[in-house]
Design a protein around this ligand. Structure first.
Ligand SMILES: [Zn+2]
Length: 311
């Protein structure tokens, strides 16, 4: 045991104080170390936090970018869809306008065709020529063609309007196919030819010639649409009506547009079973179906068939 001397007391105090100081220093150092670690850890956390924040911000930006791109694409798609629909609608509209215009065009074209026919088809082709009405001596067909010598009597030169010849030839060929021989005896005759013919008749038969070759009678031949048809054996006589050719013509000629101008019992002219006038298929069929004679029809009714005469 040390003695409680002043020296010892001082030493003890110093020792005690030193111990306390040492403890304090240790505590201080520990606290410093601890604080340093805490600080360091804090800094790390902060850094990590900042990194994460930065990364999340980058992600956010990327997401926004993608969102914008998506919106743009969606817009473009929307615009394209609208454009497509607009184009389809426009196309359909243009299509229906085109159809409408085409319909109008065709209607106008038909009107023009009808008007042209009305203008270019002479009224004379469907007029009635009787004891009172006859064709102007200056009238002549717009054109004529020669009928094939195969179809004419003894290879005679006979002429007719080309439009009528088409129908006539078909009729002759169809008849031939059923064993009927149709022979063309005469067709177009000009006013002067007819005049010569009439004067020849007059010389032979006197004034009686008027009954079968009168002024009004030749008018139909002057049109260029009328033919005298026989079977090549029986001539231009009433008994021609008893031939197979005559029966065939009465049953079928209307299909080709031909009518018998002066049938038996008519009030306009002597009976001519061989004398066939072209009036068009439609009118000829009407007359045939109704059992009517051309010359009994009202001229206005007849005229309404004019534009269709060559159909
Ligand atoms: Zn005749």
């Amino acid at each position: 045991m040390s003695k409680n001397t002043p020296k010892n007391k001082i030493i003890n105090r110093i020792v005690n104080q030193s111990t306390a100081l040492g403890a304090l220093v240790i505590l201080l150092v520990a606290s410093l170390i601890s604080n340093f670690y805490l600080y360091d850890s804090n800094q790390n956390t902060k850094k990590q936090n900042q990194t994460i924040l930065l990364e999340s911000q980058n992600l956010r930006t990327s997401l926004d970018d993608i969102g914008k791109k998506y919106e743009n694409i969606a817009k473009q798609l929307d615009i394209n869809e609208k454009d497509r629909l607009f184009l389809v609608q426009s196309f359909n509209q243009v299509g229906s306008e085109y159809n409408g215009l085409m319909n109008n065009y065709n209607e106008k074209l038909n009107e023009v065709t009808t008007l042209q026919k009305a203008v270019f088809i002479p009224d004379e082709l469907l007029k009635k020529y009787s004891k009172y009405y006859f064709l102007n001596e200056n009238y002549s067909p717009s054109s004529t063609v020669q009928i094939s010598l195969n179809y004419t009597l003894n290879g005679k030169e006979v002429y007719i309007m080309p439009e009528v010849y088409t129908k006539l030839e078909k009729m002759i060929l169809d008849a031939k196919n059923t064993g009927i021989n149709l022979v063309i005896n005469s067709g177009y005759r000009s006013f002067n030819e007819q005049k010569g013919l009439k004067s020849a008749y007059t010389q032979r038969y006197g004034s009686g010639a008027n009954t079968f070759s009168a002024d009004q009678g030749y008018s139909e031949h002057q049109l260029g649409t009328t033919v005298d048809i026989t079977d090549g054996k029986v001539g231009l006589v009433t008994s021609f009506e008893n031939t197979k050719a005559s029966t065939w013509l009465r049953d079928n000629a209307y299909r080709y547009g031909f009518i018998l101008s002066y049938p038996r019992g008519n009030n306009y002219y002597m009976y001519e079973p061989w004398h066939w006038r072209y009036v068009g298929v439609e009118l000829a069929t009407y007359l045939h179906d109704k059992g009517l004679n051309f010359y009994d029809l009202d001229q206005n009714v007849i005229d309404s068939y004019k534009t269709k005469i060559f159909d």
